[in-house]
Design a protein around this ligand. Sequence first.
Ligand code: WAQ
Ligand code: MG
Length: 483
Amino acid sequence: MKRFFSLKMRASRTVDGEPQHISGAEKILQEEDTPRFATALLDRAFHHAKGQPDFINLKLELLDETRILHLPALPVKTIPTDSPAEGLAKMTEILRCQMGIANAERIVALLPQCGNMRGAAIVDVVSLKRVEPDHRRGIRVTYMDDEASAGKGPSSAKNHFREAIVLGTKVANAPHLLGELCISDDPDYVTGYIASREIGYCRITCLKEKGSPVGGRIFLFRGNADDLQETIAFLEKQPVLVANVPEGIAKLPSNRPNAARDEALAPRREGGWDESFAIPSPGSSTQSDRWQRLQKALSQMEENSLRRKLLVQETSAGPRACVAGQTLLMLASNNYLGLAGDTRLVEAAKIAADKWGTGSTGSRLLTGTQREHVALEQELANFKGTEDAILFNSGYVANLTVISTLCGRDDVIFSDELNHASIIDGCRLARSRIVVYRHNDMDDLERKLREVRPTRGLVVSDAVFSMDGDIVPLPRLLELSRQ
Ligand code: WAQ
Ligand code: MG
């Protein structure tokens, strides 16, 4: 059985009779890795920019392996900012709009006052008071590490980002904490972050002036006195290993367009649902936590105009629709030929329902294929002069099925950038390589076909694009596809 140890290093020196902190670090590692890492941490202590230590404390402690909590690293997002003012404004905005915390300005304003301690301040989001027992020391989060780092060999230098994401992940998963704000106390490190389980780890590239030693951490707390004890016990004692810590951080282009910046802030588009919601909460999350998170997600969608609502019609399918007491001309439905209300079809449906009932009772593959389905498909095939036909119960399912059936991992799909969502989902389900070409731009398609030269591929396009009503240049598209 592997034995896990906690390894901690603290280096300091005495200046004017007072101990001055130089450097500190910790790891959780397997027994056989302890000598190498201890050496690396000593190396870090001896070669620190802050000077030579006269006291180094190196502590090794056996951990109960069954108590170690394994957590997935928070997803990382980077928000580029050019000045501390802009950075702090972004932090405030995220706190208010994405995390739904009132008094966001006042909380951010506390940050510089909560720094340069050994630990972090815990701020009650309701009273805005600091609630940790020792305001000079703060609460020090400990017993945590990047799960994968042991195998990679020790490094003697501090990696701000990797250390912060380990700490941020532990803090985000602590009971009764809503999130964390952080600015480094390293005068040269101006990037900080705001993190929570909901929003992930949001790096804000500029939060202070270069050269400033002001840094700090605030943990946002909501709860009673017992809750606070639980939070502190978790932060100070619970061993945590964080999985999937990113290797490093992509450098941002210095000359970035505003679009990149907006994208960094925007919630992920897919249904407005931030993917960090998919992270399973550890046992500490309560039922009401979960509802709150869903509520927050909904208000985020609302704010970004991404929340969809159902439009209720009070009339049967026809050229006019009654919605909320108003009669409107219907130009949005697919009932182009008015067939949905055609009396001949309605009569035929009544007769069919009398004979066959109102449901197919199962999927097509199992019990859902009746004689009438096959007869209809045969008739459609005859009408179109094709070998056969198959019906799906929606256009969405048709595109999903056709594309994922025709294509697989080894194929390349060339897809118009404005294709319908069902086509995009079909391409994804096929697991093919997807090459997106510019909307209706046959020259771009031709260029990409020549570049990629797939052995097998599919060109896929809407015929009439649903948002603008424009039409694919079909003859040219066919010609290119055949070539
Ligand atoms: N527990 C609680 N608070 C701590 C801890 C800890 N283990 N370590 C530091 N603090 C507090 C303390 O008040 C420091 O003054 C403050 O946080 C800042 O600590 O993605 O380097 O170690 O590139 O200076 C952010 C990286 C780096 C952003 C943050 O913090 C990125 C950093 P520092
Ligand atoms: Mg520091």
